[in-house]
Ligand binder design. Structure first.
Ligand code: FAD
Length: 435
């Protein structure tokens, strides 16, 4: 029988550098077989030109090339149901242990429990590592052990616990850490093999330059300026580690950028403690709101045809690029829930389909924030005025003109609702439901 080896299971950590789980697997002393599984259950829900699937596939090609060229090894890529793939892998009788990085989303937790149980039946240990965040689960909680549900005290406690030398310690380079399994060939899987096509939408590179971070506080609110890092998809798929991003943030005296990375962890620990918020309002009584849910209005919102310029610009940017500026995300989300009284879950699902940086914790958290039902949410009676938002954040209307070409012509649609009337309607509906 062949010598035993261990498996490193890549998921949302698609890199060979500074990858905690991979380093731990390599240090086990056994050669490591790296694998990735395209999960059929997830892929089935996605359109055939999904840009995220293309991006993942491209990253896997890069990892595989580098494993071939530098380590005479390779990456085994599968398409199927994770438990079934593991059954096949362990049937060979050579798997000594499986390593992976922890994933905190409810679906991933269930999947991992099932895989762990299967491995246990076969006496194979399943080792999981913290990699995706600096603090996970209950590492930053109140003194009485309860999770924080308000951002600012969470952020302060996060910073109290944070020791850069300890928490940002980079892992050893893969070559120093151990060996990969050599000379095992697995058939490569193309996008087409899985029923997908390369997407025309590309994930842009991130910008973590000193000048971007130093100026971030002044530029981040203006969608016409390219003043944010575009880190989203890279953190989502792990093409950079959060530690590397945090290190860059610390190089600047301005803490605003670091605070944004902490927002990400805030929502991740919320999802960990309250997985039911994926479908239910965090503040339960908000589930009593009688949403109007008008399909034709939802269509207009999705396509950027509401007649509200900044809302439409944002939705068209999303549809064309898979990205929308944060300021505008806040506005379009508020507009959907409050002006149109459409259930935040509909908007959340549409963002999930389109965003390159879609992250369940941040998406659900921010949507519930916009609807008023979430943690640390704006009070429901604070309703963004879509016109004054233009004056504040896109005064020159450069962003609007970039995305809504016909905005100053007769073919631009009339307003879907009157702002004042919609505002009144929202206040009445919320008030009645919440009383
Ligand atoms: P930067 O401004 O450069 O920020 C750097 C990083 O900090 C981001 O990449 C992100 O990881 C984190 N961050 C910044 N703002 C937030 C925030 N409010 N909440 C959580 N993390 C934050 N972000 C996602 O990553 N995935 C989502 O699915 C997502 N959905 C959203 C839905 C709505 C309705 C709203 C209002 C916001 C959403 N955000 C989401 C948060 C934010 O809009 C994006 O993280 C940001 O626009 C991504 O661009 P960037 O990488 O250039 O961000």
């Amino acid at each position: 029988m062949a010598d035993s080896h261990c498996i490193f299971w890549f998921r949302r950590d698609l890199r060979l550098t500074d990858n905690k789980g991979l380093e731990t697997a390599l240090k086990s002393g056994k050669p490591v077989l790296p694998i990735f599984i395209f999960d059929k259950a997830i892929l089935e829900e996605l359109p055939e030109e999904d840009a995220r699937v293309s991006f993942i596939h491209k990253q896997l090609c890069k990892i595989s090339e580098s494993l071939k060229n530098d380590h005479k090894s390779g990456l085994a890529v599968f398409h199927g149901e994770p438990e079934a793939i593991f059954k096949r892998l362990i049937s060979e009788g050579t798997v000594a242990a499986v390593y992976t990085n922890r994933d905190y989303e409810p679906y991933a937790r269930k999947r991992d429990q099932a895989v762990e149980a299967l491995l246990k039946e076969n006496d194979i240990p399943f080792h999981t590592c913290k990699d995706q965040v600096i603090f996970e689960k209950s590492e930053v909680v109140k003194d009485d052990g309860d999770p924080y549900v308000v951002y600012t005290p969470y952020m302060k406690k996060w910073k109290e616990h944070f020791e850069p030398e300890k928490h940002l310690q980079k892992t050893d380079s893969v070559s120093d850490a151990g060996d990969f399994l050599r000379d095992r060939d697995f058939p490569w899987i193309s996008l087409e093999d899985m029923g997908f096509k390369p997407s025309e939408i590309e994930v842009p590179d991130y910008d973590l330059s000193t000048s971007l971070i130093d100026n971030y506080e002044d530029t981040r609110n203006f969608p016409a300026k390219d003043g944010t890092s575009h880190l989203g998809p890279h953190l989502r798929f792990g093409t950079i580690s959060v530690r590397q991003a945090a290190k860059k943030a610390l190089d600047s005296e301005n803490e605003t950028f670091l605070n944004e990375l902490i927002w990400r962890e805030f929502f991740m620990q919320i999802l960990w403690h309250y997985p039911e918020t994926v479908n239910n309002a965090f503040k339960k009584k908000y589930d009593r709101i009688p949403w109007r849910n008008k399909e034709e209005e939802f269509e207009k919102w999705k396509n950027g045809n509401t007649g509200y310029q900044l809302v439409d610009a944002g939705m068209r940017q999303l549809n064309k690029t898979g990205y929308m500026h944060n300021r505008v995300r806040m506005l379009v989300a508020s507009f959907l829930c409050k002006h149109l009284l459409i259930d935040w879950r509909w908007g959340e699902a549409y963002f999930a389909e389109k965003l390159l940086d879609y992250e369940q914790a941040s998406n659900v958290g921010n949507w519930q924030w916009a609807a008023g039902s979430g943690v640390d949410a704006a009070p429901y009676f604070r309703i963004f005025n879509p016109m004054t938002q233009v004056d504040k954040f896109d005064k020159g209307r450069n962003y609007i003109r970039q995305w809504v070409e016909e905005v100053d012509t007769d073919s631009y649609p009339d307003k879907i609702v009157d702002h004042k009337e919609a505002r009144e309607r929202c206040l009445e509906t919320y008030k009645e439901a919440l009383n």
